[in-house]
Unconditional design. Structure first.
Length: 254
């Protein structure tokens, strides 16, 4: 895929000899890319980037990542190896690029190093996917994440997720299903596989909205997404049921 080669090539040019490896994660390694999927890449570096490198990497990604047209959105995360191996919680992300932040970037924001609990999930997906784009296999570079920290990271993101329920309904429902499945099974599933698992656990009255979200994920882009008023009224009761299951499992893990 040309976009992946361009992304990794640009990063190699910016980081030079400090890039240890580049790895696929997310949908690319968990069931395959779907119509609205980002291309998810993790870079492992020997050191933190300086201001010039951050600006240069950002400028390249603003050009490569698609906010429309044929190019897919790129989500690129950079970690310094010493920050995640040996593993510690919460982990530190050295740089994060995602299309949902494009307006901030174009207004002058440059990604900085900051704690990122979600890296626990991302690194676990990277290890499971075992898909190096360059460098050694991920198990030679990254430490495994304890299940307890997968639980902590999953739960930590829920308040922010719920803030997006109205505007990003499909993704929020699928992500909550994935959190539930991760806590229950100890494995990070693809969004559609997690939704399929969750539907099988739910009583009939709470299945329809998740089945519809899964259908949207498999068949159409975000721009094509629409919800009937009848389904909309069932979203919050469904979410409350899933949150109760997550709370039960996370309390037990604690």
């Amino acid at each position: 895929m040309h976009q992946l080669r361009e992304t990794v090539g640009w990063a190699e040019g910016v980081l030079a000899g400090n890039l240890i490896g580049a790895y696929l994660h997310g949908s690319s390694v968990l069931g395959g890319l779907k119509p609205a999927s980002d291309v998810d890449v993790l870079l492992v570096s020997r050191r933190s980037m300086d201001d010039r490198e951050r600006r240069a990497l950002l400028d390249g990604l603003l050009r490569i990542s698609g906010s429309g047209g044929m190019a897919r959105p790129v989500e690129l995360t950079v970690v310094v190896q010493a920050e995640v191996r040996p593993w510690r919680y919460p982990p530190t992300c050295d740089f994060l690029y995602g299309e949902w932040l494009r307006a901030d970037y174009e207004a002058g924001t440059v990604p900085r190093a900051e704690p990122m609990p979600d890296l626990a999930l991302l690194i676990s997906m990277t290890l499971t996917g075992d898909a190096p784009l360059t460098g050694p296999r991920p198990a030679q570079v990254l430490a495994p994440v304890p299940h307890a920290d997968l639980v902590r990271a999953s739960v930590a993101g829920i308040p922010e997720l719920l803030d997006d329920l109205e505007g990003d309904t499909r993704n929020v429902l699928l992500t909550l299903a994935r959190i539930w499945a991760t806590l229950a099974t100890g494995r990070i599933k693809s969004k559609d596989a997690a939704a399929g698992w969750a539907v099988g656990q739910l009583p009939p009255e709470h299945r329809a909205v998740l089945e519809y979200a899964r259908q949207l994920y498999l068949t159409c882009s975000y721009a094509e997404e629409s919800w009937s008023e009848a389904l909309r009224t069932r979203v919050r009761p469904h979410v409350d049921r899933v949150l109760a299951e997550i709370e039960r499992l996370s309390s037990g893990a604690g």
